[in-house]
Design a protein around this ligand. Structure first.
Ligand code: ATP
Ligand code: MG
Length: 393
C-alpha cells in the first residue's frame, strides 16, 4: 500500500473569479492528458485536496512531478508518501522518506492533522511521537515551532497516513482552455515563444501561425520554429501549427510598394491572413511577441498601422518588458538556445534600409492599395499546411 502521490490543496489551485467546477474539470483533464504517456494515474478530489496517484508499478514518478510543475492552474503542490495508519510504520517510513531533506535542514517541526477520528492518538500526541523519532534519527536537528526550516506534516486520512515535508512551486496561471483559444504569430525569434507561453498561462489554448518564404528562408528555419512550438507545448499542451507560404506576397510587396513601407505592409498582410485563419478555426484573438520600441516596426505609430487591419483583439504580453526580462523567461522555458540559432526569418528578407518609424496610416493604406493583394492572400491561405505539435515528453 506504500506509494508516493501528489497532493494539490484548494489554496494551491490558482482559482480567481472563474467558476470553480469548470476550472477544476479543465485542470483534471489537462493533468490526465499530460501524465497519460507515463502510465495509469488516478486523479481524484476529496475534501479540499486533489490527489494524483500512480495506479501501476514502474511509473517514472520524478518525471510526473516534472510535468505537473508545467501545468497551468496549479500554484503549488506536494509530494507525499502514503502508508498504513499505524504509528510504528509511520515513524519508520517518515525517517526514510525524508532522508533527502532532513539531513540538510537545521530546524523542523511536526504538524499532525487527523481527519480519521478512529486513529488512537490525538494530533498533539502524534506530533510528539514523530518529532521524537525524527530527532533520534537526525540528531543534528532542532525543533523550532515558530519558524522551522522544514515542516513535516502527517495527515491521518480515511485511506491512509500521508507524510510530506515540502511544497513545490507550480506553474501558476489558469488551466489551458479555460480562457478560450487564440492564434500566436510565431517567428524563430526570442520573443514570440515567450509571448505564447505567457498567454497559455492565462488559460488560452494555442494555435500557432508561421510565415515562410522559401527559398529566402530555409527548411532548417521552419524546423527551428517547430522545435520552439514543441518546447512551448510542454506548458501549453498540444498546438495546432499553421505554416503559411509567404514568398509570393513578399515579392509582390518588393515589386509594387515603396521600400520604406515594406515591413509595415508585410506585417499588415500577415495580420490579415492570421485573422482569416483565426476566423476559420474559431480563435478569438491574435498574440504577438512585440515589445514597445524594440525595433522600428514596434513603435506606437507602426503598431497603429498594423492594428488598423485587425478586427479581433491582439494580445502583446511583452509590450512593456525589457529584452533581459524576456530572455529570463525564454531561458526558464528552455526556448532561448533554440531561438538564437542563426536562421533567416521572413521578416529579415527585403528589409528596408530606412524603415519609417512614424508611418502615417493613410499613406501606408494608400501604398498597400497600389497593388491588389487579395488573390495572393487567398492563395496563401489555401496553401497553408496544418499539423499538430506536442512535446515528446
Ligand atoms: P521575435 O523575437 O518573436 O521574432 P522580434 O522582436 O524579432 O520578435 P519582429 O520580427 O518585428 O520582432 O516580429 C514581431 C512579431 O511578429 C513577432 O514577435 C511575431 O509575433 C510576429 N512574427 C514575426 N515574424 C513572423 C513569422 N515569420 N511568422 C509569424 N509571425 C511572425
Ligand atoms: Mg524576429
Amino acid at each position: 500500500m506504500k506509494k508516493e502521490v501528489i497532493m494539490i490543496k484548494n489554496g494551491e489551485i490558482a482559482l480567481k473569479g472563474l467558476n470553480r467546477k469548470t476550472f477544476e474539470d479543465a485542470l483534471v483533464k489537462n493533468i490526465k492528458w499530460r501524465l497519460k504517456s507515463l502510465g495509469k494515474f488516478s486523479v481524484t478530489r476529496a475534501q479540499s485536496t486533489m490527489y494524483i496517484e500512480p495506479m501501476e508499478e514502474g511509473i517514472d514518478f520524478d518525471e510526473a512531478v516534472e510535468r505537473l510543475g508545467k501545468i497551468f492552474g496549479i500554484a503549488a503542490f506536494t509530494r507525499a508518501l502514503v502508508t498504513e495508519k499505524e504509528l510504528d510504520t509511520i515513524k519508520r517510513d517518515a525517517v526514510s522518506y525524508l532522508e533527502d531533506i532532513l539531513p540538510y535542514a537545521k530546524t523542523f517541526k511536526v504538524t499532525a492533522k487527523r481527519s480519521d477520528k478512529q486513529f488512537p492518538l490525538k494530533s498533539p500526541e502524534i506530533q510528539q511521537e514523530l518529532g521524537g523519532t525524527l530527532l533520534r534519527a537526525y540528531p543534528h536537528l532542532r525543533v523550532d515551532v515558530h519558524n522551522p526550516e522544514i515542516t513535516v506534516t502527517i495527515e491521518i486520512r480515511d485511506f491512509g497516513a500521508y507524510i510530506h515535508a515540502n511544497q513545490l512551486p507550480g506553474a501558476g496561471g489558469m488551466p489551458v482552455g479555460t480562457s478560450g483559444k487564440a492564434l500566436v504569430m510565431i517567428s524563430g525569434g526570442i520573443d514570440s515563444p515567450v509571448a505564447a507561453y505567457m498567454m497559455a498561462k492565462r488559460g488560452l489554448e494555442l494555435h500557432a501561425i508561421h510565415f515562410v518564404s522559401p527559398p529566402y528562408t530555409s527548411d532548417r528555419a521552419l524546423e527551428k520554429v517547430e522545435t520552439l512550438c514543441e518546447k512551448v507545448s510542454e506548458y501549453s499542451g498540444r498546438i495546432h501549427f499553421h505554416c503559411v507560404p509567404f514568398t509570393e506576397i513578399q515579392e509582390a510587396i518588393r515589386d509594387h510598394c515603396p521600400e520604406e513601407y515594406f515591413t509595415i505592409i508585410m506585417r499588415r498582410l500577415m495580420m490579415e491572413i492570421s485573422m482569416e485563419i483565426a476566423r476559420k478555426n474559431d480563435l478569438k484573438a491574435l498574440i504577438t511577441g512585440e515589445s514597445l520600441a524594440q525595433v522600428a516596426s514596434q513603435t506606437i505609430g507602426a503598431i497603429a498601422c498594423t492594428d488598423e487591419v485587425c478586427t479581433i483583439p491582439v494580445f502583446r504580453p511583452l509590450i512593456g518588458m525589457d529584452k533581459n526580462e524576456i530572455v529570463e523567461i525564454a531561458r526558464k522555458i528552455d526556448t532561448f538556445e533554440t531561438s538564437i540559432l542563426p536562421y533567416e526569418d521572413c521578416c529579415t528578407v527585403f528589409t528596408p534600409r530606412h524603415p519609417k518609424t512614424k508611418p502615417d496610416v493613410e499613406k501606408v493604406r494608400e501604398a498597400q492599395n497600389a497593388f491588389d493583394f487579395a488573390p495572393l492572400l487567398q492563395k496563401a491561405i489555401e496553401e497553408t499546411q496544418v499539423k499538430q505539435i506536442r512535446s515528446l515528453s
